[in-house]
Design a protein around this ligand. Sequence first.
Ligand code: SF4
Length: 285
Amino acid sequence: MKVLRKRIGQDHSEKYLMELEDGNTIETLYMFDEKRQLTFHNTVCVSSQVGCGMGCRFCATGKQGFTRNLSMKEIVGQVDVCNSTRENARTVPIDAVVFAGMGEPLLNYEQVKAAILVMRSRLGISHFELATVGIVPKIYELIKDFQGTDISIRLNISLHASSDDQRRLIIPMTERYSMYKIIQAATDYAIAFGVKVRIRYMLFRDFNGKAEDIRRLTDLLEGKPMKLIISQYNENNIQGLIPSGRLEVLEFYNTISTAIDSEIFHNFGSDIQGGCGQLKQTMVV
Ligand code: SF4
């Protein structure tokens, strides 16, 4: 794997454009969390596919379509590259890996699982995070494969809407798995591992931040072992989708956090197009 380009963000995030052996390219984000907002010091956000077939409307990766799955070696290779090339020689080793880059990791489950096992045994990493739009049967496979091991996988569900009708407009996979089924699987996951599942909710102006959204989300999540992670939508120049302002995010948080455990998420690397939904196979000129 070859690094074609590296960009460094204001928050010290480093985004790598990497070339695979067949000429395809992927992006990887390395995050140095000075304030420990992510719990860990050094985190790598890896891609699991070249492109993605899920077609989420807000996502740059989704716009380019699906090319192929990454192999276990290509997934682990991204962490090896970050370990060897990161800017300031940090004294703390990479201690967490997040599957939230390009691709839907649960649709490349066997290679993702193999990569987790290799990173645990060879690199000593035991903390993982996985972001999914909600591939319900695979959530149950995660439970079956990792319950009782020394590997912790924090599950993130990309919800971003308060009803199935609303979510279908931005996440076509909702057609297959309803929010009710996804939250049921997430609840089973949380109970199996004794942890909270993180429900990701990006706020789009005039779309999903109204009082009725707060009411529906409260009905869906109240009393469940979940944490709502609220963030601004990362601008991708997609027609009709505008990020909510900081004040709107704060007001939304202030209201919903009275009923549901919530936090506002810092979008790492958004100034270098390394934030959630911003990674893509970039052409090098
Ligand atoms: S948000 Fe995730 S699942 Fe949706 S298109 Fe982007 S990479 Fe794929």
